[in-house]
Design a protein around this ligand. Sequence first.
Ligand SMILES: C[S@@+](CC[C@H](N)C(=O)[O-])C[C@H]1O[C@@H](n2cnc3c(N)ncnc32)[C@H](O)[C@@H]1O
Length: 204
Amino acid sequence: MRSPFKIGAIAASSKGLAREMAAQADLSLPGAVIELGGGTGSITRAILDRGVGYDRLYSVEFDHELAATLRHRFPRLHVVEGDAGELVPLMAARGVHQAACVISGLPLLGMPASVQHRILKAAFMLIAPGGRFIQFTYGPTTPTRPAIMRDLNLKARRAGHIMMNVPPRAFGATNGQKRARRCLNSLPSPTPASEVWRNDVYCT
Ligand SMILES: C[S@@+](CC[C@H](N)C(=O)[O-])C[C@H]1O[C@@H](n2cnc3c(N)ncnc32)[C@H](O)[C@@H]1O
């Protein structure tokens, strides 16, 4: 990857991780499917493979070159070049006011609390009741700080653990208690590879 420190990763998400993240989306809910931090498009590919149509899928990426890469790779994709923290006006400009889910490839763990807060708040202003925010992390717990979870009334749930990633990643689910919203959040663990984390998905 071109600028790993800016981007927050040393490699694109593995197919396994991308597939598991896409699998967490509840596509029966109304609204768009919004990807944050589209990067080189590995999660985008998995979302499309899950059956999400180009008409419904929006990929937000603030790096100009990566946004151009996404446009080149997926000519029919809605590529939204901008900051995920400005999600509400960015989507409103495209006539999108509701999302079935937000799938995040952002390096949330390394972001300052204020940035995390802004991104999650914006996402949950769009996510339909019962919808999820899906996030991976390399860290041992949810990457979302407890104070932010409390403030936004969210609850994290682990949804899976991926060993075949470089480095290994995992992700989980978060319930948004306020307005009956739900959010998926990251939560990896230093657990042996033999443990089956994919069964540990919360769908309350
Ligand atoms: C870890 S990479 C993941 C990329 C992609 N999901 C993949 O696996 O190839 C994170 C991406 O988020 C983008 N990004 C970081 N902060 C952002 C922000 N505030 N708004 C939009 N995109 C952002 C970076 O430019 C980068 O492409």
